[in-house]
Design a protein around this ligand. Structure first.
Ligand code: KG4
Ligand code: ZN
Length: 365
């Protein structure tokens, strides 16, 4: 790939409306602009994403984000080579808003249209930020996703395990809701946990007693609710310390589970490929958690992997990753037409058995 390519990306599969311009030239990938318009304030009262509210906001904001992304890059639509859009998986109303907007832009400008799998966007991010070579191991860990992927090419992903029910970010959000903290819960639970005793409550480490890399987080949330209910029954409410101890215990249980399953995924990945310096990369909002991040770094050190966490703004939902994934597909000759469909479910690994459960944003694995 030596020719310069410039791609506009659109993202609207969950609760962030985003547009970005990414360019690839001989000098490597460059993010010319990345605009993200989050919706936390629209969903905060509900403690989670409300699909109808999200879809309406995307429809209202997408073209504004596109204009800003072009402005910030100092480009007009005529200067882009292709338009990439998340066409699944995700909340269908939001995905439809993005696909319709991209189709309109494509028809109006005559530029090629490329549908991108949102999970591929996350999974290919380390190539945009750190020029990582294939293959590498990816842990996607956010509010809607949790899976290990061996990334072999821009179109070949092998799932090495994932959650069978909730995603960890979803469990953080539900924990925050149970304890009367705000939304999104992850950063608030992490903050509370700083002053907590992680060993006061004995919370489960689900599926650690079973072989393999699959995970489960819904039982952990139930155990936390029980521990809270016992305290409330005994004392009529929670003290500040009770809340901090519950948060710390919960965070440690997630970290222990993710750490051990990641260790196993590293071993399985290393056995299946021939690379001198294997790479473990992480993406998703939960990767912002310092305790979890440190645990993953430790696991990488122990198993001989290089640990790579892209800057947080490219770990969480954004459109630069969609533009980049589109660019990778485009240069391999992939292109879509106006029949491009919005897909609520779209597993990356076409051969893996479907996962059992579903996250708050619908089953994404
Ligand atoms: O990747 P992301 O922005 O959106 C998707 O879910 O796709 O991730 C958001 C999730 C939320 O569930 C949020 O609670 C969680 O990431 N999160 C965290 C932290 N920061 C965000 N979880 C644990 N600790 C954090 N510091
Ligand atoms: Zn995402």
């Amino acid at each position: 790939m030596t020719n310069t390519l410039t791609v506009l990306g659109l993202e609207s599969s969950c609760d962030d409306t985003a547009a970005a311009i990414v360019r690839y030239s001989g000098a490597g990938p460059e993010v010319l602009s990345s605009v993200v318009w989050g919706q936390n304030e629209l969903h905060a009262d509900f403690g989670g994403v409300v699909p109808e509210i999200a879809a309406r906001a995307h429809a209202e904001r997408l073209d504004i984000c596109v204009e800003r992304a072009l402005d910030q890059a100092g480009l007009g639509l005529a200067a882009v080579d292709a338009i990439a859009v998340t066409s699944g998986p995700g909340l269908i109303g939001g995905v439809l808003s993005g696909v319709m907007c991209a189709k309109g832009l494509s028809v109006g400008s005559g530029k090629p249209l490329i549908g991108v799998n949102h999970l591929a966007g996350h999974a290919l991010t380390p190539r945009m930020t750190d020029s990582v070579a294939f293959p590498y191991l990816m842990l996607l860990v956010s509010g809607g996703h949790c899976q290990f992927l061996a990334v072999h090419s821009e179109d070949h992903f092998k799932r090495l395990g994932g959650t069978i029910d909730d995603a960890p970010g979803e469990a953080f959000d539900k924990t925050a809701k149970l304890l009367g903290l705000g939304y999104p819960g992850g950063p608030l639970v992490e903050q509370e946990a700083l002053t907590g005793d992680a060993n006061r409550f004995k919370l489960p480490r689900p599926l650690l007693d079973r072989p393999g890399q699959d995970m489960s987080f819904s039982g952990l949330k139930t155990a936390l609710r029980r521990a809270r209910d016992v305290l409330v029954a005994e004392k009529g409410g929670l003290t500040r310390q009770d809340r901090a101890d519950l948060c710390a215990g919960f965070q440690l249980a997630v970290s222990d589970t993710l750490g051990e399953k990641t260790r196993r995924a590293c071993l399985v990945f290393r056995d299946g490929v021939d690379v001198t310096q294997p790479v473990l990369a992480v993406a998703g909002g939960v990767a912002a958690n310092t305790v979890i991040r440190n645990r993953l770094q430790q696991v990488a050190d122990e198993t001989g992997f290089k640990f790579l966490a892209p800057p947080l703004k490219f770990c969480t939902d954004n459109a630069a990753m969609i533009a980049w994934a589109g660019l990778e597909r485009f240069r391999q000759g992939h292109c879509d037409d106006l029949t491009l469909a919005a897909r609520p479910r779209w597993p990356l690994d076409r051969e893996a058995a479907p996962m059992l459960g579903s996250g708050k944003k619908g089953a994404k694995a």
